[in-house]
Each structure stands twice: as structure tokens, then as C-alpha cells.
Write a protein that binds this ligand. Structure first.
Ligand code: ASP
Ligand code: MG
Length: 401
């Protein structure tokens, strides 16, 4: 079997953890399997490097940021290869150049285009464990790119697809995907199996276990994923096309505290205004989520929407630049909001799910600011201070003990 195993930053945070991972990989190797290991940077390395960069230049060129951040993964893969060598097992570390993992040119948010498999296959054939840097790629200018925070998951899935691996295992410091964040909801349960679509919604809506593009890729190439702990042998969560158990009404509750709300007041009530507003944002690659438009009164209307907090400033500034053309009288930005979402494939065929969610929020006196739905999710925007209370209430309404 060819197995791709990815370990997150906390799983390789120190010497002891590095040897723990080395031993787990060696165990697999000794069974006669071909093992490809993908690693994140150790512990908080990436955060620390970002802080260091901000200290020198808060507006650092993205190319240089990628050049810097890619170092974290090079440290962990080389140390891992040394650990394995010390245990008498042939291993080799490779970075994005050495493998040739080609991405789009967009620094800090690149996407894989093509992965060459010759080098890795050759190393596997020679009996080595291959340890590959997560999170990084190279673009057509021969520059280093990165895939966005948490992107090592995507490296693992992309490699599994390219190598036609028999298994792709994502190891982390929790035992799998939970029905809610166990730190907030103590009775949250581990999910045994979840569909790609549900997992994609959860990952996109704030569950941090998997990079959302890794799920997108897994679905596209039919790579079955297992999310499990690097610290014990508990079974974990399987992410795949269709789950065996009947679809859960609600599989999980996700929270995104990184949301900001932008309200545009007094727009002219005429065709084309919404198009122009969102076109201006789209051209800056600003992702808009929940959108609400008021009923037009007389000759004006209001539009509000959410964006990621880190894109809020840019959104406001580009809207201000175009304020007159877009007929906006006033722009209000607010960061103390959070998105709370429920996700479940069973929702499509069940009425009353939204009512039940709103009831749970009413029970604990939480006000709903905005609402958005899709076939398998319902999202509400609430005040940031209400988020833990609301998460528990909604979770307990849908997920039984
Ligand atoms: N080291 C990168 C990050 O912290 C990538 C990853 O961990 O997946 O975001
Ligand atoms: Mg991660």
C-alpha cells in the first residue's frame, strides 16, 4: 500500500513529538508499505514568523512572506528525516522545488496546478520514507508560494491524488471531526463518518480541523480521508462521498469568529447597484458571505454583508473609493460579530430545521442579525459575545447525548 500521512504543527512541536511521529511512520513502513509523510511547521513557528515579519514591515511584500513562511516546513521535514535516520530507517526530506509541486502564482494563497511524481516515486522505490514540506509550492517564476494558513492538509490530499495513494491520513491533536468545538461544547461528539459536502461546509464555515481546499480536492479526486489523533490510536473520522449511516439531520455546528459585517446605507434603489457593489469587491478577490438587502423604501435601500475580518479594511477602502459611483450614503463596519452555522445532509429533506435552530437561540435570548441558508447549511450572524452560549444551545437542540 502507498500511504500519505500528514501531521499538523502540534504533532511535531518538540523532540518527543517528532520521535513519536517518526515511530508511527516507521511502524507503517515496517509492514511493507510505501510511506509519504507531509508535515506542517513545528508548533507556533508560522505564527511567530508572521509576528517577526510584522515587526519589521507590517505591509510586507507577499512574495517575501511566502519566502519566509516556507522555512517552517523545511525545518520540520529535515528534522524528521534526521530522527528517522537516527532510528536506522532510510528517509529523505523534499521541499516543493525538489518534488516539483507547481502552483498558481498568487503568493500567500496559491493553488496546486500540477505535481510531478517521478522524484517521490523513485525515492519510494529505493526503499525510503519520503517526507515532504506541506503548505508550499512553486510558481511559474520559480518563486516559492504558500497555500494559505492550514494549507498542509491540501498538500497531503494533492499528493495522495497525484500518487494514487491507497490511503490519506490527516493526523492532528484531536481525535477527529467533532459535532462542535469540544472546548466550547463539552458534550460534543466525535463524528464517525461525514460526507465531502458536509465537511466542506464545516471547514469553510470555521471548523479548523481541515483546510477547506483539501476537502474540495479530496472530493474532486475521490480521495478518502481519515482525520485522527497523532497521540493515540483512536479510530478517527472518515471523510468520503456517501456515509453509510443515514444522513444526520445536523452533523455539526461550526463557528467563525473571524467575520466582519459591512453595512451600506442609502443606496439608490435601481437595477445594477448590487451588481456594481459586489463586482468592485470581487475584483479585489474579497469573499462575501451572508448578504442581506433591505426592502427598498422610496428611492433608497440598504445592503449588508459579511467578509472575513482580515479583508474588512480592504473592502471598506475599495467601497469608499467608489462611494459616489455606487451611490452609497454611509458605510458602517463592525467586527464584533460571529457566524454560527449548522450543517447536515439530512436538512434537504426535513422541514422545520431553521425554526428549531432559531428556537434554540430564542431560548437563550440570543438575537439574530442576519441569516443565510443553502441545501445543507443554515448560518446566522450573531454578536461575538453570544457565541459560546449560542453554540451550546444550538448543539444541544440537535445533537443528542
Ligand atoms: N504551517 C502553516 C500554518 O501554520 C501550514 C499548516 O500548518 O498547514 O498555517
Ligand atoms: Mg490544520
Amino acid at each position: 500500500m502507498l500511504i500519505v500521512k500528514k501531521f499538523g504543527g502540534s504533532s511535531v512541536a518538540n523532540k518527543e513529538r517528532i520521535f513519536n511521529v517518526a515511530n508511527r511512520c516507521i511502524e507503517e513502513y515496517r509492514k511493507g508499505n510505501k510511506v509519504v509523510v507531509v508535515l506542517s511547521a513545528m508548533g507556533d513557528t508560522t505564527d511567530d514568523m508572521i509576528a517577526m515579519a510584522n515587526d519589521i514591515n507590517p505591509d510586507a511584500p507577499k512574495r517575501e512572506m511566502d519566502m519566509l513562511l516556507a522555512c517552517g516546513e523545511q525545518t520540520s521535514v529535515s528534522l524528521m528525516a534526521m530522527a528517522m535516520a537516527s532510528l536506522g530507517v532510510p528517509a529523505i526530506s523534499l521541499n516543493a522545488f525538489q518534488v516539483s509541486m507547481h502552483t498558481t502564482s498568487k503568493y500567500s494563497n496559491a493553488r496546486f496546478k500540477r505535481i510531478d511524481t517521478e522524484r517521490i516515486s523513485h525515492e519510494l522505490e529505493s526503499g525510503r520514507i519520503v517526507i515532504v514540506t506541506g503548505f508550499q509550492g512553486i510558481n511559474k517564476y520559480d518563486d516559492i508560494t504558500t497555500l494559505g494558513r492550514g494549507g498542509s492538509d491540501t498538500t497531503a490530499v494533492a499528493l495522495a491524488a497525484a500518487l494514487r495513494a491507497d490511503a490519506c491520513e490527516i493526523y492532528t491533536d484531536v481525535e477527529g471531526v467533532y459535532t462542535a468545538d469540544p472546548r466550547v461544547v463539552p458534550n460534543a461528539k466525535k463524528i464517525k463518518e461525514i460526507t465531502y459536502d458536509e465537511m466542506l461546509e464545516l471547514a469553510t464555515l470555521g471548523a479548523k480541523v481541515l483546510h477547506n481546499r483539501s476537502v474540495e480536492l479530496a472530493k474532486k479526486y475521490g480521495v478518502q480521508l481519515v482525520v485522527r489523533s497523532s497521540l493515540n490510536k483512536a479510530e478517527g473520522t472518515v471523510v468520503k462521498e456517501v456515509t453509510k449511516v443515514e444522513s444526520m439531520l445536523v452533523s455539526g455546528v461550526a463557528v467563525d469568529k473571524n467575520a466582519a459585517r459591512i453595512a451600506l446605507i442609502g443606496l439608490r434603489n435601481e437595477p445594477g447597484i448590487a451588481f456594481k457593489v459586489f463586482d468592485v469587491l470581487a475584483k479585489k478577490n474579497i469573499n462575501v458571505d451572508v448578504i442581506l438587502q433591505s426592502i427598498g423604501r422610496d428611492d433608497t435601500k440598504d445592503i449588508s454583508f459579511t467578509v472575513d475580518e482580515d479583508q474588512a479594511k480592504e473592502a471598506v477602502s475599495v467601497l469608499k473609493e467608489n462611494q459616489e459611483r455606487l451611490t452609497i450614503q454611509k458605510i458602517i463596519e463592525e467586527e464584533n460579530v460571529a457566524k454560527l452555522s449548522i450543517v447536515g445532509a439530512g436538512m434537504q429533506s426535513n422541514a422545520g430545521v431553521a425554526a428549531k435552530m432559531f428556537e434554540a437561540l430564542y431560548d437563550v435570548g440570543v438575537n439574530i442579525r442576519m441569516i443565510a441558508t443553502s441545501e445543507i447549511r443554515i448560518t446566522v450572524l450573531i454578536n461575538l459575545e453570544d457565541v459560546d452560549l449560542a453554540t451550546k444551545a444550538v448543539h444541544d437542540k440537535f445533537i443528542e447525548d
